[in-house]
Design a protein around this ligand. Structure first.
Ligand code: ADP
Length: 423
């Protein structure tokens, strides 16, 4: 390696230019570039700062334990041919740079037996000299950066130092882009799976509705017309079919919520009417479990502008859970609290309670505190996400509080009061 003793004004100017180029490199490599333009930029910068004819980047393929050319600007070369070439880790210059994690300087490549000649041959290029540095990030091999054919004399110490600086930035930038691209791919894959799931739900719920209608019709007919054991069997069929219909309705509602297609037919309704409707809906279920429903209608004359059916569905889902997750002879309290521009409906039970780390998760689709295999209650984990979706479509909020396991739970539904804007 040769190093000039005295620095001429031209050399000083050149050093200046290289320094500003390296500064620019660090800024550009930190921006959000796609892989291809990024590699091109790195190669051009490598040629410029080392005054060489060409540059190549090889990336490490962990699966095959080989290096692969991913970019090169060798003049006149057949790049497509070059990109097909795999360079082995053993017996090649690039392989040695990668394995030993250190640079290699070759000033007379034509005589060097380590040069991987098949590359030169297949692309029609002659490597006269080579300066290669590893691309490494925190001990992980990313690849190799090579500058080829120094213009003029031999490689200098400055060429090496500058190429190493470039390689440090380049390795991080390449790694970042590859990780972002992998994430993007995984995301696209997830979106595809989500679409398949949604299409399946749409088709299944549509196709199930007709045969289910027939089963419901005949089962109720049979129940009315029969007696004794046959009537009991017909009731069992009817109840199962009704459960299935609820499930299909849940799935359909969820789909509409996802698509943002919930149509709201709003009217001004006093909260007392919403409470009465939910009580009416679930009274018999509560009675069957021996629960006491305590309803406090103070402040329930406040009106809200809501779709009765959709908010009714949300409230019924919450009350249904309170009944379901409270052992027999429990107490369920329903009350409301006037807040600035809002009314809070409160549904409390003295049932099995909810662990602190589950209070938010229970609003996720298909999430249940007890897993499917051990739980004793029926349901699919859709009641609360639907309740939250419906309430949020009204610009309201739903949340849960609990002191812990076996300490009961309280669910809040906050709805904007009709005609009052929030401060
Ligand atoms: P599902 O009731 O069909 O399981 P939900 O979405 O309505 O689905 O509720 C999700 C989970 O939240 C329930 O499985 C249960 O573990 C928990 N949960 C909901 N309400 C209560 C409650 N009042 N008390 C205790 N746990 C509850």
């Amino acid at each position: 390696m040769t190093e000039p003793h005295r620095i001429s004004p031209e050399q000083l100017q050149r050093r200046n230019a290289i320094l500003s180029r390296l500064l620019e490199v660090s800024l550009i490599l930190n921006s959000n570039m796609a892989l291809k333009p990024l590699l091109t930029y790195i190669m051009e910068a490598a040629c410029e700062i080392t005054e060489s004819e060409a540059a190549s980047i090889l990336l490490y393929d962990r699966n095959t334990d080989e290096l692969r050319f991913v970019a090169s600007n060798t003049p006149g070369a057949n790049i497509d041919e070059m990109l097909k070439i795999a360079v082995p880790m053993q017996g090649s210059i690039a392989g040695q740079i990668a394995r030993e994690n250190r640079h290699i300087v070759i000033n007379n490549a034509e005589d060097d037996p380590r040069i991987f000649r098949s590359v030169d041959k297949s692309i029609g290029f002659t490597t006269r000299s080579l300066l290669g540095v590893p691309l490494h990030v925190k001990g992980n091999l990313v690849g190799v950066l090579e500058a080829l054919n120094k213009r003029g004399e031999a490689w200098t110490q400055d060429d090496l130092s500058n190429l190493l600086i470039l390689a440090n930035h380049a390795a991080v930038a390449i790694q970042n882009v590859r990780q972002t691209e992998a994430l993007r791919k995984a995301n696209a894959e997830l979106e595809k799976i989500d679409k398949i799931k949604n299409d399946f739900i749409a088709i299944a719920s549509h196709e199930l509705r007709t045969p289910l209608g027939v089963i419901l019709g005949y089962a109720s007919f049979l129940k009315e017309e029969s007696q004794g054991e046959v009537s009991e069997h017909a009731t069992a069929v009817l109840n199962s079919a009704l459960n299935m219909r609820n499930l299909i309705e849940d799935m359909t509602n969820l789909r509409y919520l996802h698509l943002g297609k919930v149509e709201l037919v709003k009217e001004t309704v006093p909260v007392s009417a919403l409470i009465a409707a939910m009580q009416n809906d679930l009274q018999s279920l509560a009675k069957a479990k021996g629960h006491r429903l305590q309803i406090d209608l103070a402040q329930a004359d406040t009106s809200v502008l809501v779709d009765r059916v959709k908010i009714g569905m949300a409230l019924s889902n919450i009350l249904n859970n309170a009944i379901k997750f409270t052992p027999d002879q429990g107490i369920i309290q329903i009350s409301c609290e006037r807040r600035p521009a809002e009314i809070w409906l409160k549904i409390s039970d003295n049932g099995i309670g909810i662990p602190a780390d589950q209070l938010e998760k229970i609003f996720d689709e298909f999430h249940q505190v007890a897993d499917h295999m051990t739980r004793r209650h029926n349901g699919m984990g859709l009641g609360l996400p639907i309740a939250r979706g419906m309430v949020e479509a009204h610009n309201g909020r739903v949340w849960a509080e609990s002191q812990g396991v076996n300490k009961g739970s309280t669910f809040y539904v906050a709805l904007p009061v009709a005609g009052e804007a929030k401060a």
